[in-house]
Design a protein around this ligand. Sequence first.
Ligand code: ADP
Ligand code: MG
Length: 291
Amino acid sequence: MGELITERIRRNARELKLYGLADTADEMVDRAEAGKLGYREFLDLVLESEVGVLEGRRYASRLKLSGLPHHKTMDEFDASFQPELDLKRLAELRSLRFIQNKVSSLILGPPGVGKTHLAVGLAMEALRAGYLVRYTTFDDVVRELRQADQLGTLRNKLAHYQRPHVLIVDEVGYMRLEHADANRFFQLINRRYTRSSTIVTSNKRVSEWAELFGDEVQAVAILDRLLHDAEVLTINGPSWRLRGRGELLASKPPAAENSNVGPTDTPQQPRRRPPNGSHETDPDQIDGQHS
Ligand code: ADP
Ligand code: MG
């Protein structure tokens, strides 16, 4: 008798898409009996756990859709490795207020200091909080918009990039844009402006971005929207990828006659950001690996 009822509960739960209940009906009845729950408490338990299951499924699907390159968290970021990091600003970003306020956030600094890690970590927390997130790199989004334009589907593509509450545009600064590319990128930024948040990471200083975005009028239009009320976190410090290699990096390069290692194969000193310069040399790119 009990089994028949359980089977019917399962069937009906599935019909109603209450998949949590369908899987755990027996278990929940056992828990209710063991805990001597009243009717009201039992109903509450069933609905609460069903909502939990639904939330978990929604989170998993948001995570999948986000296209994040990995799932590193804020807790995995060791802030003590970057003594110059402004912890208040980091905490401000982590509060996700910039997402609520629909402003952008810029994470700047040389290669290997954890810009992508932090962008992803913030995205993971935003996903947990129920926001839709999408990750792309600057190169990819520029290429996608160009291809969409050629196919006559630019409007759809722009709508696709407008949808998420948080858009990460990683690695701004490796590529200089043609006029038409800059114009399409402007359209994307303009559509998101005041409606949703964009996290931009770059190894270039903001003052150098102007050169990237085509002509001056367009560059000003893009920067105006990206920088308006933006939260800016600058990480000036050593590359995490080269940690523990200080001795190797500090020692003199081997004399040419004693070594067949050419200058281009020599690991480079992690460069601090020069006061007026950019950081175009990514030590991680030497072996062709991208971050
Ligand atoms: P960037 O985007 O600035 O070039 P990444 O975020 O790709 O740097 O970081 C490079 C690698 O080092 C990643 O695996 C990242 O998780 C790790 N990393 C960087 N900084 C830290 C840190 N402070 N704590 C823990 N891991 C870090
Ligand atoms: Mg990166």
